[in-house]
Design a binder for this molecule. Structure first.
Ligand code: URA
Length: 432
Protein backbone atom coordinates (compact mmCIF):
# COMPACT_ATOMS: atom_id res chain seq x y z
CA UNK A 1 0.00 0.00 0.00
CA UNK A 2 1.36 3.44 -0.91
CA UNK A 3 1.14 5.78 2.07
CA UNK A 4 0.94 8.90 -0.09
CA UNK A 5 -0.27 11.24 2.67
CA UNK A 6 2.66 10.25 4.89
CA UNK A 7 5.17 10.77 2.07
CA UNK A 8 3.70 14.20 1.28
CA UNK A 9 3.95 15.15 4.95
CA UNK A 10 7.55 13.96 5.28
CA UNK A 11 8.61 15.80 2.12
CA UNK A 12 6.69 18.89 3.32
CA UNK A 13 8.77 18.73 6.51
CA UNK A 14 12.01 18.50 4.53
CA UNK A 15 12.82 14.81 4.93
CA UNK A 16 14.68 12.76 2.37
CA UNK A 17 12.50 9.87 1.17
CA UNK A 18 13.63 6.28 0.75
CA UNK A 19 14.29 4.93 -2.76
CA UNK A 20 11.44 2.41 -2.73
CA UNK A 21 8.98 4.88 -1.23
CA UNK A 22 9.64 7.52 -3.86
CA UNK A 23 9.70 5.05 -6.76
CA UNK A 24 6.43 3.45 -5.64
CA UNK A 25 4.76 6.84 -5.33
CA UNK A 26 5.65 7.67 -8.96
CA UNK A 27 4.85 4.22 -10.34
CA UNK A 28 1.61 4.11 -8.30
CA UNK A 29 0.64 7.50 -9.76
CA UNK A 30 1.30 6.20 -13.29
CA UNK A 31 -0.90 3.14 -12.53
CA UNK A 32 -3.71 5.42 -11.34
CA UNK A 33 -3.42 4.30 -7.71
CA UNK A 34 -2.36 7.72 -6.41
CA UNK A 35 -4.88 10.47 -7.19
CA UNK A 36 -3.97 13.79 -8.82
CA UNK A 37 -4.70 15.77 -5.65
CA UNK A 38 -2.09 13.86 -3.66
CA UNK A 39 0.49 14.04 -6.43
CA UNK A 40 -0.19 17.78 -6.79
CA UNK A 41 0.43 18.25 -3.06
CA UNK A 42 3.60 16.19 -3.34
CA UNK A 43 4.86 18.34 -6.26
CA UNK A 44 4.20 21.47 -4.19
CA UNK A 45 6.12 19.98 -1.24
CA UNK A 46 9.00 19.28 -3.65
CA UNK A 47 8.69 22.80 -5.03
CA UNK A 48 9.41 24.26 -1.59
CA UNK A 49 11.72 21.58 -0.14
CA UNK A 50 13.50 20.35 -3.29
CA UNK A 51 14.94 16.90 -3.90
CA UNK A 52 18.46 15.72 -3.16
CA UNK A 53 20.53 14.66 -6.20
CA UNK A 54 19.94 11.04 -5.19
CA UNK A 55 16.17 11.54 -4.91
CA UNK A 56 16.21 13.26 -8.32
CA UNK A 57 17.90 10.19 -9.78
CA UNK A 58 15.41 7.80 -8.13
CA UNK A 59 12.51 9.92 -9.43
CA UNK A 60 13.97 9.97 -12.97
CA UNK A 61 14.55 6.22 -12.92
CA UNK A 62 10.98 5.57 -11.75
CA UNK A 63 9.58 7.82 -14.50
CA UNK A 64 11.61 5.86 -17.07
CA UNK A 65 10.41 2.53 -15.60
CA UNK A 66 6.78 3.66 -15.91
CA UNK A 67 6.93 2.91 -19.68
CA UNK A 68 8.94 1.49 -22.57
CA UNK A 69 12.49 2.40 -23.46
CA UNK A 70 14.17 2.41 -26.86
CA UNK A 71 17.63 1.13 -27.68
CA UNK A 72 18.29 3.40 -30.67
CA UNK A 73 22.00 2.73 -30.76
CA UNK A 74 21.43 -1.04 -30.64
CA UNK A 75 18.82 -0.83 -33.42
CA UNK A 76 21.12 1.17 -35.70
CA UNK A 77 24.42 -0.40 -34.70
CA UNK A 78 25.75 3.15 -34.35
CA UNK A 79 26.28 5.66 -31.62
CA UNK A 80 23.18 7.87 -31.78
CA UNK A 81 23.22 11.49 -30.61
CA UNK A 82 20.34 13.66 -29.49
CA UNK A 83 19.76 17.29 -28.61
CA UNK A 84 17.19 19.02 -26.49
CA UNK A 85 16.38 22.56 -25.50
CA UNK A 86 14.74 23.60 -22.26
CA UNK A 87 12.51 25.89 -24.31
CA UNK A 88 12.52 29.48 -25.48
CA UNK A 89 11.17 32.02 -27.96
CA UNK A 90 12.09 31.51 -31.62
CA UNK A 91 13.99 28.34 -30.78
CA UNK A 92 14.01 26.38 -34.01
CA UNK A 93 17.51 24.97 -33.42
CA UNK A 94 16.58 21.28 -33.74
CA UNK A 95 15.08 21.90 -37.18
CA UNK A 96 18.40 23.14 -38.52
CA UNK A 97 20.75 20.96 -36.47
CA UNK A 98 19.13 17.62 -37.42
CA UNK A 99 19.75 17.81 -41.20
CA UNK A 100 23.23 19.34 -40.80
CA UNK A 101 24.38 16.61 -38.39
CA UNK A 102 22.78 13.90 -40.55
CA UNK A 103 24.48 15.33 -43.65
CA UNK A 104 27.78 14.90 -41.78
CA UNK A 105 27.01 11.18 -41.43
CA UNK A 106 25.77 11.09 -37.83
CA UNK A 107 22.29 9.67 -37.13
CA UNK A 108 20.02 11.96 -35.14
CA UNK A 109 16.58 10.67 -34.16
CA UNK A 110 14.60 13.04 -32.03
CA UNK A 111 11.33 12.94 -30.17
CA UNK A 112 9.94 16.40 -29.61
CA UNK A 113 7.08 18.04 -27.77
CA UNK A 114 4.47 20.69 -28.37
CA UNK A 115 4.71 24.23 -27.11
CA UNK A 116 2.88 25.57 -24.14
CA UNK A 117 2.75 29.21 -23.10
CA UNK A 118 5.31 31.50 -24.67
CA UNK A 119 7.77 28.70 -25.48
CA UNK A 120 7.14 27.16 -28.89
CA UNK A 121 7.34 23.45 -29.61
CA UNK A 122 9.26 21.73 -32.40
CA UNK A 123 6.25 19.54 -33.32
CA UNK A 124 4.01 22.56 -33.84
CA UNK A 125 6.64 24.11 -36.11
CA UNK A 126 6.97 20.93 -38.17
CA UNK A 127 3.20 20.57 -38.47
CA UNK A 128 3.11 23.86 -40.37
CA UNK A 129 4.66 21.90 -43.28
CA UNK A 130 1.74 20.51 -45.33
CA UNK A 131 1.67 16.70 -45.11
CA UNK A 132 4.38 16.31 -42.44
CA UNK A 133 3.61 13.33 -40.20
CA UNK A 134 4.76 13.73 -36.61
CA UNK A 135 3.39 10.32 -35.64
CA UNK A 136 5.54 7.47 -36.91
CA UNK A 137 5.56 3.97 -35.47
CA UNK A 138 8.72 3.02 -33.65
CA UNK A 139 9.78 0.84 -36.60
CA UNK A 140 9.15 3.65 -39.10
CA UNK A 141 11.09 6.07 -36.90
CA UNK A 142 14.14 3.80 -36.64
CA UNK A 143 14.01 2.90 -40.36
CA UNK A 144 13.94 6.59 -41.33
CA UNK A 145 16.88 7.46 -39.09
CA UNK A 146 18.77 4.55 -40.68
CA UNK A 147 17.91 5.49 -44.28
CA UNK A 148 17.74 9.30 -44.22
CA UNK A 149 19.93 10.00 -41.18
CA UNK A 150 17.28 11.89 -39.26
CA UNK A 151 13.66 11.91 -38.13
CA UNK A 152 11.84 14.24 -35.76
CA UNK A 153 8.61 12.84 -34.36
CA UNK A 154 6.21 13.18 -31.46
CA UNK A 155 6.64 10.73 -28.65
CA UNK A 156 6.55 7.25 -30.17
CA UNK A 157 5.41 4.21 -28.22
CA UNK A 158 4.64 4.28 -24.56
CA UNK A 159 7.67 6.21 -23.33
CA UNK A 160 7.67 7.87 -19.87
CA UNK A 161 3.88 7.89 -19.31
CA UNK A 162 4.52 9.11 -15.74
CA UNK A 163 6.18 12.26 -17.15
CA UNK A 164 3.20 12.99 -19.36
CA UNK A 165 0.89 12.81 -16.34
CA UNK A 166 3.23 14.70 -14.04
CA UNK A 167 3.95 17.46 -16.54
CA UNK A 168 0.22 18.00 -17.13
CA UNK A 169 -0.34 18.19 -13.39
CA UNK A 170 2.62 20.51 -12.75
CA UNK A 171 1.44 22.78 -15.53
CA UNK A 172 -1.84 23.53 -13.75
CA UNK A 173 -0.50 23.57 -10.17
CA UNK A 174 2.33 26.13 -10.54
CA UNK A 175 5.02 23.49 -10.00
CA UNK A 176 6.72 23.44 -13.40
CA UNK A 177 9.65 25.70 -12.57
CA UNK A 178 11.33 23.51 -9.96
CA UNK A 179 14.86 22.56 -10.89
CA UNK A 180 14.85 18.87 -9.85
CA UNK A 181 11.47 18.28 -11.45
CA UNK A 182 12.59 19.92 -14.72
CA UNK A 183 15.84 17.93 -14.72
CA UNK A 184 14.00 14.65 -14.08
CA UNK A 185 11.35 15.42 -16.70
CA UNK A 186 13.80 16.29 -19.48
CA UNK A 187 16.31 13.56 -18.71
CA UNK A 188 13.71 10.80 -18.31
CA UNK A 189 12.61 11.48 -21.90
CA UNK A 190 16.15 11.65 -23.25
CA UNK A 191 17.33 8.52 -21.43
CA UNK A 192 14.24 6.50 -22.37
CA UNK A 193 14.68 7.46 -26.05
CA UNK A 194 18.08 5.78 -26.02
CA UNK A 195 20.71 8.23 -27.37
CA UNK A 196 24.20 7.66 -25.99
CA UNK A 197 25.32 11.27 -26.22
CA UNK A 198 23.11 14.26 -25.59
CA UNK A 199 23.65 17.99 -26.11
CA UNK A 200 21.31 20.05 -23.93
CA UNK A 201 20.61 23.69 -24.70
CA UNK A 202 19.72 25.33 -21.40
CA UNK A 203 18.08 28.66 -22.10
CA UNK A 204 18.76 31.54 -19.72
CA UNK A 205 16.85 34.81 -19.51
CA UNK A 206 13.42 36.39 -19.28
CA UNK A 207 12.00 34.11 -22.00
CA UNK A 208 13.22 30.89 -20.34
CA UNK A 209 12.40 28.75 -17.29
CA UNK A 210 15.83 29.61 -15.88
CA UNK A 211 16.08 33.36 -15.36
CA UNK A 212 19.67 33.52 -14.07
CA UNK A 213 22.93 31.95 -15.16
CA UNK A 214 23.35 30.44 -11.67
CA UNK A 215 20.02 28.61 -11.91
CA UNK A 216 20.85 27.49 -15.45
CA UNK A 217 24.21 26.15 -14.23
CA UNK A 218 22.48 24.25 -11.43
CA UNK A 219 19.97 22.74 -13.86
CA UNK A 220 22.79 21.80 -16.24
CA UNK A 221 24.74 20.13 -13.44
CA UNK A 222 21.66 18.19 -12.29
CA UNK A 223 20.98 16.93 -15.84
CA UNK A 224 24.64 16.02 -16.45
CA UNK A 225 24.67 14.04 -13.17
CA UNK A 226 21.52 12.14 -14.22
CA UNK A 227 23.05 11.36 -17.63
CA UNK A 228 26.31 10.14 -16.09
CA UNK A 229 24.51 7.85 -13.67
CA UNK A 230 22.75 6.31 -16.67
CA UNK A 231 26.07 5.91 -18.52
CA UNK A 232 25.43 8.63 -21.14
CA UNK A 233 27.58 11.57 -22.20
CA UNK A 234 25.89 14.92 -21.67
CA UNK A 235 27.09 18.43 -22.55
CA UNK A 236 25.08 21.55 -21.71
CA UNK A 237 25.19 24.80 -23.65
CA UNK A 238 23.89 27.72 -21.59
CA UNK A 239 22.44 30.13 -24.15
CA UNK A 240 20.85 33.55 -24.14
CA UNK A 241 17.06 33.82 -23.97
CA UNK A 242 16.77 37.48 -22.93
CA UNK A 243 15.94 38.15 -26.58
CA UNK A 244 14.32 35.77 -29.11
CA UNK A 245 16.66 33.43 -30.96
CA UNK A 246 17.13 34.46 -34.60
CA UNK A 247 14.50 36.70 -36.16
CA UNK A 248 11.40 34.54 -36.66
CA UNK A 249 8.90 33.64 -33.93
CA UNK A 250 5.91 31.59 -35.06
CA UNK A 251 5.62 28.20 -36.66
CA UNK A 252 5.90 28.44 -40.47
CA UNK A 253 8.07 31.57 -40.15
CA UNK A 254 10.50 29.56 -38.04
CA UNK A 255 10.51 26.62 -40.46
CA UNK A 256 11.46 29.05 -43.23
CA UNK A 257 14.23 30.57 -41.11
CA UNK A 258 15.59 27.12 -40.20
CA UNK A 259 15.68 26.22 -43.92
CA UNK A 260 17.43 29.48 -44.76
CA UNK A 261 19.99 28.68 -42.05
CA UNK A 262 20.55 25.19 -43.45
CA UNK A 263 21.27 27.01 -46.74
CA UNK A 264 23.75 29.32 -45.00
CA UNK A 265 21.52 32.38 -45.08
CA UNK A 266 20.19 32.44 -41.50
CA UNK A 267 20.43 35.26 -38.94
CA UNK A 268 23.86 35.56 -37.33
CA UNK A 269 22.99 34.51 -33.75
CA UNK A 270 20.96 31.50 -34.85
CA UNK A 271 23.58 30.40 -37.41
CA UNK A 272 26.21 30.61 -34.66
CA UNK A 273 24.20 28.50 -32.21
CA UNK A 274 23.47 25.86 -34.87
CA UNK A 275 27.20 25.55 -35.55
CA UNK A 276 27.99 25.40 -31.80
CA UNK A 277 25.45 22.60 -31.30
CA UNK A 278 26.57 20.69 -34.42
CA UNK A 279 30.24 20.97 -33.41
CA UNK A 280 29.46 19.48 -29.98
CA UNK A 281 27.22 16.73 -31.39
CA UNK A 282 29.79 15.65 -33.98
CA UNK A 283 32.53 15.67 -31.33
CA UNK A 284 30.38 13.33 -29.19
CA UNK A 285 29.55 11.07 -32.14
CA UNK A 286 31.44 8.01 -33.40
CA UNK A 287 33.12 10.06 -36.18
CA UNK A 288 36.17 10.47 -33.96
CA UNK A 289 36.58 14.20 -34.57
CA UNK A 290 37.10 17.04 -32.15
CA UNK A 291 34.76 20.00 -31.83
CA UNK A 292 36.75 22.24 -34.19
CA UNK A 293 36.67 19.61 -36.91
CA UNK A 294 32.99 18.92 -36.16
CA UNK A 295 32.19 22.58 -36.64
CA UNK A 296 34.22 22.70 -39.85
CA UNK A 297 32.28 19.72 -41.24
CA UNK A 298 28.97 21.32 -40.27
CA UNK A 299 30.01 24.54 -42.07
CA UNK A 300 31.02 22.46 -45.09
CA UNK A 301 27.66 20.61 -45.18
CA UNK A 302 25.87 23.97 -45.17
CA UNK A 303 28.16 25.45 -47.82
CA UNK A 304 28.12 22.50 -50.26
CA UNK A 305 24.33 22.01 -50.21
CA UNK A 306 24.38 18.55 -48.61
CA UNK A 307 22.57 19.85 -45.50
CA UNK A 308 19.78 21.28 -47.66
CA UNK A 309 19.56 18.03 -49.65
CA UNK A 310 19.22 16.14 -46.33
CA UNK A 311 16.51 18.61 -45.22
CA UNK A 312 14.54 17.82 -48.40
CA UNK A 313 14.94 14.04 -47.99
CA UNK A 314 13.96 14.21 -44.31
CA UNK A 315 10.83 16.34 -44.83
CA UNK A 316 9.69 14.25 -47.81
CA UNK A 317 10.36 10.95 -45.99
CA UNK A 318 7.95 12.15 -43.31
CA UNK A 319 5.26 12.98 -45.88
CA UNK A 320 5.86 16.73 -46.01
CA UNK A 321 6.46 18.95 -48.99
CA UNK A 322 9.90 20.49 -49.36
CA UNK A 323 8.35 23.28 -51.47
CA UNK A 324 8.63 26.29 -49.16
CA UNK A 325 5.98 28.16 -51.19
CA UNK A 326 3.45 25.69 -49.73
CA UNK A 327 4.06 26.90 -46.15
CA UNK A 328 1.05 28.79 -44.77
CA UNK A 329 1.30 32.56 -44.82
CA UNK A 330 -0.70 35.08 -42.80
CA UNK A 331 -3.00 37.42 -44.77
CA UNK A 332 -1.86 40.61 -42.99
CA UNK A 333 1.72 41.78 -42.54
CA UNK A 334 2.27 44.92 -40.48
CA UNK A 335 5.62 46.69 -40.08
CA UNK A 336 6.69 47.98 -36.65
CA UNK A 337 8.95 51.01 -37.04
CA UNK A 338 11.39 52.76 -34.73
CA UNK A 339 9.82 55.86 -33.11
CA UNK A 340 13.28 57.44 -32.75
CA UNK A 341 16.90 56.89 -33.71
CA UNK A 342 19.07 54.84 -31.38
CA UNK A 343 20.48 51.45 -30.49
CA UNK A 344 18.32 48.48 -29.61
CA UNK A 345 19.24 48.08 -25.96
CA UNK A 346 16.79 45.36 -25.15
CA UNK A 347 14.32 43.14 -27.02
CA UNK A 348 12.31 41.23 -24.46
CA UNK A 349 11.93 37.54 -25.35
CA UNK A 350 8.99 37.08 -23.01
CA UNK A 351 7.09 40.03 -24.47
CA UNK A 352 7.66 38.83 -28.04
CA UNK A 353 6.71 35.28 -27.00
CA UNK A 354 3.48 36.48 -25.40
CA UNK A 355 2.64 38.68 -28.40
CA UNK A 356 3.08 35.62 -30.66
CA UNK A 357 0.78 33.58 -28.39
CA UNK A 358 -1.87 36.34 -28.58
CA UNK A 359 -1.65 36.20 -32.37
CA UNK A 360 -2.42 32.47 -32.15
CA UNK A 361 1.08 31.08 -32.80
CA UNK A 362 1.13 29.33 -29.39
CA UNK A 363 -1.26 27.87 -26.86
CA UNK A 364 -2.58 29.23 -23.59
CA UNK A 365 -4.00 25.81 -22.67
CA UNK A 366 -3.17 22.34 -23.95
CA UNK A 367 -6.48 22.18 -25.85
CA UNK A 368 -5.86 25.36 -27.92
CA UNK A 369 -5.30 25.01 -31.67
CA UNK A 370 -2.23 26.70 -33.14
CA UNK A 371 -2.34 29.04 -36.14
CA UNK A 372 0.74 27.99 -38.10
CA UNK A 373 0.86 31.07 -40.34
CA UNK A 374 1.05 33.90 -37.80
CA UNK A 375 4.01 35.27 -35.86
CA UNK A 376 6.62 37.99 -35.61
CA UNK A 377 9.88 38.61 -37.44
CA UNK A 378 12.31 40.73 -35.41
CA UNK A 379 14.56 42.35 -38.00
CA UNK A 380 16.41 44.52 -35.45
CA UNK A 381 18.01 42.61 -32.58
CA UNK A 382 19.89 43.80 -29.50
CA UNK A 383 22.83 46.01 -30.51
CA UNK A 384 21.35 47.11 -33.87
CA UNK A 385 21.56 50.81 -34.65
CA UNK A 386 18.38 52.19 -36.19
CA UNK A 387 17.15 55.51 -37.59
CA UNK A 388 13.69 56.87 -36.84
CA UNK A 389 11.21 55.09 -39.10
CA UNK A 390 13.41 52.03 -39.74
CA UNK A 391 11.59 48.70 -39.61
CA UNK A 392 12.20 46.98 -36.28
CA UNK A 393 9.92 44.01 -36.83
CA UNK A 394 7.05 42.60 -38.88
CA UNK A 395 3.83 41.20 -37.47
CA UNK A 396 2.16 38.41 -39.48
CA UNK A 397 -1.47 38.28 -38.38
CA UNK A 398 -4.85 36.76 -39.25
CA UNK A 399 -6.78 40.08 -38.99
CA UNK A 400 -6.04 43.82 -39.06
CA UNK A 401 -7.21 44.19 -35.46
CA UNK A 402 -4.85 41.43 -34.28
CA UNK A 403 -2.02 43.00 -36.29
CA UNK A 404 -2.60 46.39 -34.60
CA UNK A 405 -2.66 44.90 -31.12
CA UNK A 406 0.45 42.78 -31.72
CA UNK A 407 2.30 45.72 -33.31
CA UNK A 408 1.92 47.76 -30.13
CA UNK A 409 2.99 44.74 -28.00
CA UNK A 410 6.06 44.27 -30.21
CA UNK A 411 6.99 47.95 -30.00
CA UNK A 412 6.76 47.71 -26.20
CA UNK A 413 9.24 44.80 -26.31
CA UNK A 414 11.90 47.09 -27.80
CA UNK A 415 13.97 49.47 -25.70
CA UNK A 416 15.92 52.02 -27.69
CA UNK A 417 18.82 53.93 -26.12
CA UNK A 418 21.43 56.47 -27.19
CA UNK A 419 24.32 54.12 -26.56
CA UNK A 420 24.98 50.55 -27.68
CA UNK A 421 24.49 47.79 -25.07
CA UNK A 422 27.35 45.50 -24.04
CA UNK A 423 27.91 42.81 -26.64
CA UNK A 424 26.47 39.48 -25.52
CA UNK A 425 26.92 36.25 -27.48
CA UNK A 426 24.19 33.67 -27.79
CA UNK A 427 26.42 31.00 -26.23
CA UNK A 428 27.06 32.11 -22.67
CA UNK A 429 28.81 29.11 -21.19
CA UNK A 430 29.43 25.38 -21.68
CA UNK A 431 28.98 22.96 -18.77
CA UNK A 432 30.30 19.43 -19.20
N1 URA B 1 10.60 20.66 -20.51
C1 URA B 1 10.27 19.41 -20.09
O1 URA B 1 10.27 18.47 -20.88
N2 URA B 1 9.96 19.23 -18.81
C2 URA B 1 9.95 20.23 -17.90
O2 URA B 1 9.66 19.99 -16.74
C3 URA B 1 10.29 21.54 -18.35
C4 URA B 1 10.62 21.72 -19.66
Amino acid sequence: MIRAAELIQRKRDGEQLGDDELAELILGYARGEVPDYQMAAFCMAVFFRGLTPHETYVLTDAVIRSGETIDMSGALGRKVVDKHSTGGVGDKTSLAVAPVVAACGVPLGKMSGRGLGHTGGTLDKLESIPGYRTELTLDEFIAQVREVGTAIVGQTGDLVPADKLLYGLRDVTATVDQLSLIAASIMSKKLAAGAQAIVLDVKVGNGAFMRTIDDARRLAEAMIALGRQAGREVVCLLTDMDQPLGAAVGNSLEVLEALETVRGRGPADFHELVLDACGKLLALSDLDVDETEGRRRAEQAIADGSAEATWNRWIEAQGGTSDEAALPRAPTVREVTAPRAGHVHDLSAIRIGNAAVHLGAGRRTKEDAVDHAVGIVCHAKRGAEVAAGDVLAEVHARTDAQADEAASDVLAAYQLADTAPHERHVLLEVVD
